[in-house]
Write a protein that binds this ligand. Sequence first.
Ligand code: ATP
Length: 361
Amino acid sequence: MSGIRLENITKQFEGSTAVNQLSLEITDGEFLVLVGPSGCGKSTLLRLLAGLEEVSDGRIILDGKDIAGLSPRERNFSMIFQNYALFPHMTVEQNITFGMRMRNEPKHLHQARVDRVAGLLQLGPLLKRKPGKLSGGQRQRVAMARAIVRDPKLFLMDEPLSNLDARLRTEVRDGIMQLHKQLKTSTVYVTHDQMEAMTMADRIAVLDKGHLQQIGAPERLYAHPANLFVAGFIGTPSMNLFLLPCADGMLTVENQPVHLPQTEHAQTLNEVYLGIRPEHISDQPAEGESLQLQATLTYRELLGAEYLCHADTAIGKIRYVRKNLLRENSGNIPQPGDRITLHFSLHDLHLFSGQNQQNLH
Ligand code: ATP
């Protein structure tokens, strides 16, 4: 199967543009995650793909044909919703075969297909139960079974983990990933949780205010965010960002020069955003070419294996991650109020235009 291409998709509701001139391609067999803050348009984009909303403008191309005008049923995509939408009065088996029965598919085909998905999702012992007698994770698996039983061309998943507690989340997430490995059906998965996106995606598409901000592998977005929004959104704890003055293609951080790239745009800027991830800062001297920043530790949060330290500096508040090694002499760990020197490598700096917020590299 070839991929699915969205070309300049726009969706307007009365008074607002939920999706704005968005183009992207879902390649065959990939797990694409749409991520962004509340209201960025990710659910609308999923509903446009499903055919539950009509596009205001643009094309959805599948196998060389524009399918934007087709009904949800004609598209043969399967959508899995947040609340699973199971029928409470039907057994698991009846829920799974509901679509086949609606389409009057021959009964003798049902059993083989039910057996296959029940095997894949370990639902065999639960087939005669009703949804009310299932745990949240089991209900999720039934919803998955119902979605895969008809061999769809594309899975569409709208925050399928959001109603589950932390332990179940991991279990169901692993289940989804395993299933994807086995079936290799192209999947578009919506979440507002960037950690979920990072751990699950082949590629992530970051949306903000209806616009596609960046699309790429998780590692790529983390290492080379295209703009200030992606820099702040991808990564936990989030990147430290400072708006600083610059001139003639250079800024100074406590009298240490940082050169901007030799582009025409960068050389004309008088403000630039400097970004550095908390995990790339150390209160111990760094190897290689590094910058130093004098700071006062304000407080520490214990995250488990490490502390998230908060400090004040001349350029603003900064956060950095410090290992909490149990055997380490606790006298070495800075205490609130201590004066410290922070070090970070020039290689780990990110620079964004103060004008258009795009990455300067
Ligand atoms: P969330 O994570 O909160 O679900 P989202 O990123 O999925 O957010 P959408 O639900 O796609 O965002 O909404 C995008 C924008 O479109 C929002 O401003 C929303 O208010 C608006 N919107 C969505 N559906 C409708 C509708 N049926 N009528 C009018 N406006 C809508």
